[in-house]
Structures are given as structure tokens and as C-alpha cells.
Design a protein around this ligand. Structure first.
Ligand SMILES: NC(=O)c1ccc[n+]([C@@H]2O[C@H](COP(=O)([O-])OP(=O)(O)OC[C@H]3O[C@@H](n4cnc5c(N)ncnc54)[C@H](OP(=O)(O)O)[C@@H]3O)[C@@H](O)[C@H]2O)c1
Length: 322
């Protein structure tokens, strides 16, 4: 089978396409014929050796995949032919992936491989953040930073579905147009407008919550725009710099700053995790929310797909068709 291999940490251009032996399943595992894989920002960091967890090279990157089961080990609830979607940390950018059966779920009827692959990580991240951490209610003003990115557009879609008023902050008129088309009530170009001033003008009393997957210089003005008792959810640092926030701002308005990370959320908060996943699945299977796919690449152009995400070009999800 053909697979993308990261032979040493470095830029996306160092990734190579190789012929590797077909995997065989052991107890509790399955082999999936991958049909679509999604690129996530952590893939960029992982192949560059900059993610918080290091995978020793060589490895096949790709943390999110959808496809057909082609072989099943002992004791798994799947049989060849089943359509499944799952997350695997690595291994998705390949024609075949060996994954624990527990890491995949059936693809809901009527949902195609690309939408299934593009849904999991970003929507789970955004939903836990909105539902369990920011605890937003109908009518709340919610600011989403990096709103046209993967996590960002998922948060816009979900925030709108939950009845919140979403203020989408991103860079460039094209990205903001997509956010409005996805239901954002207002937009701010945070590289051309003063973020804090615009949020205060639009929301009146300030925002109830901020979701921040970007960090850098955007976090502090967004936090300053919060209303009294507002919630700031830190999710990632796509801009590169990890912001340092003056704590007096947090004290003076009784703001809550909280992080959320999907790898640890399920074990730290099992009840909320189960509830959130059930609600999310119902919204997805019922067609109430769906990922926006901004670009698609064939497997042999995976390096270009990862570069596209690294260079801030992605709108919504970038999918690799395998
Ligand atoms: N907490 C969690 O569990 C979790 C889960 C998944 C992802 N994440 C993190 O969330 C962040 C976003 O992930 P994603 O998959 O949504 O990525 P993405 O699709 O690339 O979106 C990131 C957004 O950040 C903005 N950005 C600002 N400066 C940037 C820069 N210098 N380089 C790249 N992007 C920049 C871009 O929007 P503009 O151009 O409009 O500014 C871009 O749309 C990443 O840091 C990722 O590690 C966290």
C-alpha cells in the first residue's frame, strides 16, 4: 500500500510517498481502507517535532480518517465492508490504516467519507469548549478567534446551532464571508480592525465567551472585550506565540480562563464527554451541523495540503482523498 512517511522532523516538503507492506490486524484492531483523511493543525506541529507529544520518525502522519473496514481482528464489533470514521493520532495519510477498533465509530447514513473525516477533532474540540467549558446559552455573544479555520468554523457552526450570537474574528474578507455564510451574526477582521473596540461596539456589554485556538497577539484584546464574569477558553496557539495575560484583567471582571484539550477531556470529564458526544452525534447525523470543506488534495499531494494549513490558507477543513 502507498503511505506518506515522515522520515525525519521538518517541513511538509520533507514528507515522502512510499510503498509499505499492508498491515494485518491483531486482537482488538482493524484495518481500514482509508477513503478520506483530514489535515489538522497539530499534524503540522507533529511532523516538525514541535507538538507536545513526539512520535519517533519514521512514521505516517494523519490523525483523522474515514473509510471501509477491510480486515478485522478478534473480538471487534466490525466486519469487512463497514464504513467507519475515527482518530488515530498517526497513520491516516495512507491507503490502509491499522487502528484500535475502539478508536472508530460507524459513519452515519447519508454522510460521505470527506464530511465524516472532517468532523471529529474540530467539532469535538469546539463543542466541548462551547457546551462544557464556556457553558453558553441561547442569545449569548460568543467570540470565535481564527473563525475560518478548522476549529473556528466548527465553533461558528455549532454556536449558531446552539442559538448563540457568534462574532467571528479572522483575517481577510474572503474568510469572513465564509463565516457569515455559515451563520455568524457579525465579523471582525482582526488584522485590520481594533479587535477589542469592535467587539465592544458590536456586543454592547461585552462578549459572554471567547474561544481561542490562535493565541499570539489576538488573545489579550479578545479577553479585554469580555463582559463581567465572562469565560475565556484557550484551545491552541496557531499564531505561534503563547500569550501572557495580565492577571489583573482576570481579577477585575471576575473572568474565568480555562483550557480544554480533547486528548484529556474524556478522562478528566467522562460524564460531560459522553453527553457532549451523544448531542454532537445527533446534530451531525440529523444534518443540523456539517464541516465546511475548503480544499481537497490527492494522497500524493499531502505535502502541499499540510503546507496549505501551515501557511494560514485553509478555510474550514482540508481533506486528502485517498
Ligand atoms: N485543544 C484541543 O483539543 C485542540 C484540538 C484541535 C486543534 N487544536 C489547536 O487549535 C488550533 C487551530 O487548529 P485548526 O486545525 O483549526 O487549524 P487551522 O484550520 O489552521 O486554523 C488556525 C487559524 O489560526 C489563524 N492563524 C493566525 N495566525 C496564524 C499563523 N501564523 N499560522 C497559522 N494560522 C494562523 C488562521 O486564521 P486567520 O488567517 O483568519 O488568522 C487559521 O485559520 C491549533 O493550534 C491546534 O493545535 C486544539
Amino acid at each position: 500500500m502507498r503511505a506518506i512517511v515522515c522520515e525525519r522532523y521538518g517541513p511538509p516538503e520533507d514528507l515522502v510517498l512510499k510503498e509499505l507492506p499492508d498491515p494485518t490486524p491483531g486482537p482488538g484492531t482493524i484495518v481500514v481502507r482509508v477513503r478520506a483523511a483530514a489535515v489538522n493543525f497539530p499534524d503540522v506541529l507533529l511532523i516538525d517535532g514541535k507538538y507536545q507529544l513526539k512520535i519517533p520518525a519514521p512514521f505516517t502522519p494523519g490523525s483523522e480518517l474515514a473509510g471501509d473496514v477491510i480486515a478485522a481482528g478478534e473480538g471487534v464489533p466490525f466486519t469487512p465492508g463497514d464504513r467507519v470514521v475515527g482518530t488515530s493520532f498517526v497513520g491516516g495519510f495512507a491507503e490502509q490504516a491499522l487502528v484500535p477498533a475502539a478508536a472508530v465509530t460507524p459513519i452515519p447514513e447519508g454522510i460521505d467519507y470527506a464530511a465524516a473525516a472532517g468532523f471529529g477533532i474540530t467539532y469535538r474540540t469546539a463543542y466541548h469548549a462551547l457546551r462544557s467549558v464556556a457553558r453558553i446559552s441561547e442569545g449569548d455573544w460568543v467570540v470565535v478567534l481564527g473563525a475560518a479555520g478548522g476549529v473556528g468554523l466548527a465553533a461558528v457552526d455549532l454556536g449558531v446551532a446552539m442559538g448563540a450570537k457568534v462574532l467571528a474574528a479572522a483575517y481577510s474578507p474572503e474568510k469572513l464571508e465564509v463565516c457569515r455564510a455559515r451563520g455568524a451574526a457579525a465579523t471582525v477582521d482582526y488584522d485590520r480592525e481594533d479587535l477589542k473596540t469592535r467587539i465592544r461596539e458590536i456586543t454592547g456589554d461585552g462578549a459572554v465567551a471567547v474561544l481561542d485556538p490562535v493565541g499570539g497577539s489576538y488573545a489579550e484584546p479578545a479577553l479585554r472585550s469580555l463582559a463581567r464574569g465572562g469565560r475565556f477558553v484557550t484551545l491552541g496557539y496557531a499564531a505561534g506565540a503563547i500569550p501572557a495575560i495580565p492577571l489583573n484583567l482576570v481579577m477585575l471582571k471576575g473572568i474565568t480562563v480555562q483550557g480544554m484539550e480533547i486528548r484529556t477531556f474524556a478522562t478528566d470529564h467522562p460524564a460531560e464527554n459522553e453527553r457532549d458526544l451523544a448531542e454532537l452525534h445527533a446534530m451531525f447525523a440529523g444534518g443540523k451541523v456539517s464541516p465546511y470543506i475548503g480544499a481537497r488534495f490527492p494522497l500524493e499531494e499531502t505535502a502541499a495540503a499540510v503546507r496549505y494549513v501551515a501557511d494560514r490558507k485553509a478555510v474550514g477543513k482540508v481533506i486528502i482523498d485517498v
